[in-house]
Design a protein around this ligand. Sequence first.
Ligand SMILES: [Zn+2]
Length: 486
Amino acid sequence: MQPGMEAVIGLEVHVQLRTRTKLFCACRNAYGAPPNSLTCPVCLGLPGALPVLNTEAVRMALTLGVALDARIQPLSTFYRKQYVYPDLPKGYQITQGPVALVEDGSLEIPGDPAAREGEGPVRARIERAHLEEDAGKSSHEWSDAGSHVDLNRAGVPLLEIVGAPDLRSPQEASDYLKVLHRLVVFLGICDGNLEEGSFRCDANVSVRPRGSDAFGTRVEVKNLNSFRFVKQALAFEIARQSALLDRGGAVVQETRGWDAAAGETRVQRSKEAAMDYRYFPEPDLPSLDVSLAEVEAVRAAQPELPEARIRRFRDDHGLSGEEALTLMQSPAFADYFEALARTCGQGKAAANWMLGEVSRTLKGRGAGIEGLGLAPEALAELIRLVAQGTINLGAARETVFPALLAGEGTAAEIVARKGLAQEADPGAVAAQVAAVLAAHPDVVAQIRGGRANLKGFLVGQILKAGGGRLDPKAVNRVLDEVLAKP
Ligand SMILES: [Zn+2]
């Protein structure tokens, strides 16, 4: 982009709500069932079938509204948005009209100092969040020259969250999506699964002279289902529009799609082909009436918000922002960490175990924290044994932790059975140090000759000779004493 220009980005995010049933019928809201097995006359749009609003979906929308510090509209209305497509059996989608259940909220994101004046966090406004039903899914399999329609998704509840054009770079767009994703997952209203389409995004983007209040002609990039694609598609689109304007050309208002393989956006339809959806109020549903008491009940039940939890992890346990974020990879992982830190009383050590041995184990198993098969209390006991100096960290990691996972008893039992308790007797440390030094006179001579970096080798040899039972601190101390003598 030319200096003096800026990008203007607004995101529309579709969040699939994890209700038990669909938005207007009792069909199960589930992914992966056999095609067309989760349908009924209501979501198939058969004549005479009447929709009934799912109150669980309304409560979830209110939960987000409260978290976004938004205005909850006491009265909003459902509308029919009409278009013809094979995966839309009714011929219309039920969505909300000009008044949305949730309006005028905001989300704090880290600002991108490269794209705006000044540093620090930015409040991105959210214009509205409304309830609507999803369409079915079409798949086109060329092998048998057939197209298939699966209507299990038809009628599944979505929250469409419409952000104001407040974002100024692909980085800010990506950060906004990550903060919003974490919010809906930790509020428990969305499973956050990007591959299954539970969280997907359309991006509106234009460029204009920096400082201008007017908007350039905007392009909509549809259906971005990964944080990386959003960043790549926006960077491409900003460069394409800027180059066009530099050449004296004009941006055409249109809808484009992201071709990940080619690394470019492609035209899907122009403004001239824009659809007229002929919206009108849904006659089969009453207006959505929300009382103040309902909103207050949701507010009272609100869990701690994820960004506040990240700050608390950082401040209470002396963690870096990156460490706190990694601990927040899922609600279950964060909960496990908190239980572990509370039980062992060592926040930093608990974080190190979560980000080290525990994460490595889960990665190896391809599992989430639920698949660890070890209660936080059991791991906490091991962390306490290390903190008390009963065993050293190496033995805890290499021997006791795998034995805990294998169900060989409690940490204390394993330590006792394997004879891993550290040798407290200074004489035992001194004897191992003397034996290893005697076996490596050449190394000792080199260290005394100035090659201090060889000391680590000797420490390793001594710890090995001690069978993992020597306290590394004691070994270092004794070794330093011996080496200091001529
Ligand atoms: Zn149904």
